[in-house]
Design a protein around this ligand. Structure first.
Ligand SMILES: [Mg+2]
Ligand SMILES: [Zn+2]
Length: 255
């Protein structure tokens, strides 16, 4: 089943207005399975906007993986994540792409997920770190809730969420990176034409095209090396220099 919205067209949700100065960012529900923080830079079309994105798996990369996270109180942002995002956000849009089959399993609702993401965005925002958007896949082919019993393209390893983001916001996938802790994250990246980097987990023997590291903070220099060329859209030239070789898996052992 296709994702909502038309692939290849820009179909952005209305731009939210920012709250009063100093207010914590909040979040609104976008079309389809998308949450848009009020401090997002998507849809601004400023000439200095990044053209690529860092796509971020949520559980195990940004927050502790508690198997099924069903309420905001379970959110534990991993060490160094806010700083890593601050280091990346000048060069890339930061977009979460997360499988949330707990919704199809009846463990949480889409409203619950919105609350969880509002809390995540707010806590990161209080540390000066941005998330520009959060795509989620609520589906599962063997779901107990029939509305979500779908063979979809958005559930990773499918590339649907990355493609949707590119279509919605004009993101250049060839200048983008996916950071995830599972092989399915890297498969989704590869299928979308995005470079992948394994960050943690026990899968470092199967690194993505950018290699494998222990956590998101360790991925920052590798990801920034991709942005070593011109920061902004320079027209037709391809500016993706200095691809770093995958690190040796012996250097990336996970405890
Ligand atoms: Mg994960
Ligand atoms: Zn899906």
């Amino acid at each position: 089943m296709p994702m909502p919205g038309r692939k290849g067209t820009r179909n952005p949700p209305p731009r939210p207005t920012n709250g009063p100065a100093g207010a914590q960012p909040s979040i609104i529900r976008g079309p389809g399975f998308f949450h848009l923080p009020t401090n997002s830079r998507l849809d601004t079309n400023s000439p200095a906007s990044p053209t690529g994105a860092v796509f971020l798996d949520r559980d195990g990369v940004l927050v502790e993986d508690v198997h099924f996270l069903t309420e905001p109180g379970q959110l534990k942002i991993l060490p160094g994540v806010a700083e890593a995002l601050r280091d990346l956000q000048d060069r890339f849009y930061l977009i979460v792409v997360t499988n949330q089959s707990g919704i199809a399993r009846g463990l949480l609702t889409e409203d619950d997920l919105l609350e969880i993401h509002a809390e995540l965005v707010s806590r990161l925002g209080s540390q000066g770190a941005l998330l520009d958007g959060l795509y989620y896949c609520p589906h599962l082919p063997e779901a107990s809730i029939s509305a979500y019993k779908v063979e979809c393209r958005c559930r990773k390893p499918g590339p649907g969420m990355l493609e949707q983001a590119a279509g919605d916001w004009g993101i250049d996938l060839s200048r983008s990176v996916m950071a995830g802790d599972m092989p399915r994250d890297i498969e989704a990246a590869r299928a979308a034409g995005v470079k992948g980097i394994i960050t943690g987990g026990s899968h470092t023997q199967q690194p993505g095209s950018l290699g494998a590291v222990r956590n998101l903070p360790e991925a920052v220099p590798l990801i920034l090396s991709l942005a070593a060329g011109p920061q902004v859209d320079t027209g037709n030239e391809t500016a993706v220099p200095n691809i770093v070789s995958p690190m040796q898996s012996s250097q990336s052992e996970v405890k």
